[in-house]
Write a protein of this length. Structure first.
Length: 271
């Protein structure tokens, strides 16, 4: 099973639009893994989490065939995670899809309602829309996927996702601060193979709505202490902001000794 990190940046990307802060200037100079587009992952060919405004960039950068994506899970409808205008590109003459494959889109009620503002006829676009509530579980191909409650925004429902196949379990854990207790209770009986966590705040100490280094390490420690994770679990920090201050190598120096990998655009994890 392959997990591809298409983007690993926060809402503004890194370097950020219009920004002249030291972190953005340094990222422009250093380039490479310090340059981050907006966050999303793809699992093999058929599963994607979030649809950021950089999706076209990801398509050409990683030679993706997005027509093969069958299941799309949206965490929340902040613009850096959800760019529904692109769905209109599924109709002719913008797209000539060979076999009329449907795209199943899962999200909270406000996320799905936002899609409906852009989509007049779901069938013409090959879309199947599914409203999902926190702690609902759905069957999606080889995965059972459970929506979990995030600590992210007070004005909308924000979700995390637990992907469970016969052999592997993946937690997609951002955008979120330290998880709500309801979420901890729901994952308590799982043993996770891959844990993807929010590190937006980087070196900053805040743990509400987003996490930084401290939140990531506290989450890992709690998972290990409760046997939700073990020595073989892969932990990855992602969704970095320039406001978190730390360049890629600085993040690696702080996270890797603690058993956490630092994501970068194009990172591939095989589990």
């Amino acid at each position: 099973m392959r997990v591809l990190f298409l983007g690993t940046g926060a809402a503004e990307g890194w370097p950020a639009l219009f920004c002249e802060c030291d972190a953005c200037v340094k990222a422009r100079v250093l380039g490479g893994r310090n340059v981050r587009s907006r966050s999303s992952i793809q699992i093999d060919d058929e599963y994607k989490v979030d649809w950021p405004p950089d999706t076209y960039l990801h398509l050409v950068r990683y030679d993706l065939d997005l027509a093969k994506v069958r299941y799309l899970f949206i965490t929340h409808n902040h613009y850096d995670h959800f760019h529904p205008d692109d769905f209109t590109m599924r109709r002719q003459p913008f797209a000539h899809m060979k076999d009329g494959r449907e795209l199943h889109v899962y999200g909270s009620r406000d996320t799905i309602d936002q899609i409906l503002k852009f989509v007049e006829d779901q069938s013409k676009l090959g879309l199947k829309l599914h409203r999902i509530e926190p702690f609902d579980t759905v069957d999606a191909g080889v995965f059972k996927v459970t929506a979990l409650l995030a600590d992210h925004a007070a004005d909308r429902v924000c979700l995390l996702y637990l992907f469970e196949s016969r052999s592997k379990t993946i937690l997609y854990g951002h955008d979120s601060g330290f998880f709500p207790e309801e979420t901890w209770t729901r994952i308590n009986d799982y043993r996770l193979d891959l844990v993807i966590l929010d590190c937006t705040n980087g070196a900053l100490p805040y743990m509400r709505y987003h996490m930084g280094l401290g939140g990531v390490l506290k989450t890992r420690e709690r998972m290990l202490s409760r046997d939700i994770a073990d020595k073989d679990t892969i932990f990855v920090a992602t969704h970095f902001s320039h406001n978190g201050l730390l360049m890629y190598d600085e993040l690696v120096s702080k996270l890797l000794p603690e058993g956490v990998e630092t994501a970068y655009d194009g990172l591939t994890i095989e589990i």
